[in-house]
Design a protein. Structure first.
Length: 68
């Protein structure tokens, strides 16, 4: 089963954390914590991340069977 952190890392691919952070309006530290499983983004940030990565919030954050 893929964790949210693993999905976020896979979705980021070759983009830098700085690029993603700037695009979604959070700090690089926040992106790092999401990817390390130390913090779960607020709902508004989940929506921004899903739009940025072109995947649903459900697929990224709730569907454990979705292998992004």
């Amino acid at each position: 089963m893929q964790t949210v952190a693993e999905k976020l890392i896979k979705l980021r691919g070759t983009k830098s954390r700085e690029e993603v952070a700037k695009a979604v309006g959070v700090s690089v530290s926040a992106i790092s914590m999401y990817e390390n499983g130390e913090r779960v983004p607020r709902d508004a940030i989940k929506v921004r991340l899903s739009k940025y990565y072109n995947h649903t919030v459900q697929d990224i954050f709730f569907d454990s069977k979705c292998h992004i």
